[in-house]
Design a protein around this ligand. Structure first.
Ligand SMILES: [Zn+2]
Ligand SMILES: [Zn+2]
Ligand SMILES: [Zn+2]
Length: 291
């Protein structure tokens, strides 16, 4: 049987854990504990060719996990926040910086905010030019995604199902995404950086006749009550329960919380004590999930 491997490259929110400049109790505990309490910014690798999110730790994650970004063909981005989409590194696909094989095209996918950001980032001799949709000098193509409109990635046998994330709610033009991905015969969901799901998502999910082999559910921690932009513990449990009621999640689903903030004030052990009894695992940097 051929397994499909997802590697969690990072499991933290923007400031990482231990957080930069921070001397809070949780960050002190993380420095003391090390191991799973050290968290880089959230990102996932799917096999050799596909990445979900590409943040400012992309280079560190490349070395730590021997990722070989020259093999990447598809980068699927949840939203334009800097911890998920650091556009600077893409400039080094230019011929004067990197040797990129002539048949290597890197496809970037995301909602309106992601497309806008990558069009603005280009520079040349210190001057920002903007790409205006033409990324040929970087051997890249940018594809805008729209909620509830699926996109096929035929060369890796995947389909992207974009759903609406409850995130960046004050930026009406962003269109942040939750993704369900079909990978060959399996489906999984990436739902970091979202509060409780909107009604449109639930209506869409109710019509999807699929079983999720894995779910990565946003969790900023349990230290405070949060249901917009991110979600805290009780909303994670509610979300799992509703997915179970719809038949998308069952006992065979590998259900994880991910994307932790030190402001949630929980160590890895404390998160496990909270979530494991609910049938929910706690993601950490380097976690490998097999579908
Ligand atoms: Zn984030
Ligand atoms: Zn802290
Ligand atoms: Zn975010």
């Amino acid at each position: 049987m051929k397994y499909k491997k997802i590697v969690v490259l990072g499991s933290a929110a923007a400031e990482c854990i231990p957080a930069i400049f921070c001397d809070c109790e949780t960050c002190r505990a993380a420095w003391k504990n090390g191991g799973k309490d050290f968290r880089l910014r959230t990102s996932y690798q799917l096999g050799d060719f596909v990445r979900i999110d590409f943040g400012p730790d992309a280079m560190a994650q490349e070395y730590k996990y021997h990722l070989h970004s020259e093999k990447l063909r598809h980068v699927i981005v949840t939203h334009s926040h800097d911890d998920h989409f650091d556009t600077t590194l893409f400039n080094y696909r230019r011929s004067s910086f990197s040797k990129v094989a002539p048949d290597n095209t890197l496809n970037i996918y995301g909602g309106a905010g992601v497309v806008r950001k990558i069009n603005q980032f280009a520079w040349n001799g210190g001057k920002t030019l903007g790409f205006h949709g033409d990324f040929s000098c970087l051997q890249m193509k940018v594809h805008e995604l729209y909620p509830f409109q699926t996109v096929e990635l035929p060369d890796v046998d995947m389909t992207i199902y974009p759903l609406k994330a409850n995130h960046m709610v004050s930026v009406s033009t962003e269109e942040p995404m939750i993704y369900i991905i079909r990978w060959e015969d399996k489906y999984f969901m990436i739902a970091n950086d979202t509060g409780v799901f909107c009604d449109e998502n639930w209506e869409y999910l109710a019509k999807l006749n699929i079983k999720l082999a894995a779910v990565f559910n946003d969790c900023c921690g349990c230290g405070y009550d949060r249901f917009n932009n991110h979600m805290s513990g009780k909303y994670v449990v509610d979300t799992k329960q509703r997915l179970e009621e719809l038949g998308l999640v069952d006992a065979s689903t590998q259900y994880f919380v991910n994307h932790f903030s030190h402001n949630g004030h929980m160590t890895h052990d404390q998160l496990e004590a909270r979530f494991n009894p609910e049938g929910i695992g706690v993601a950490f940097d380097g976690l490998e999930v097999y579908l």
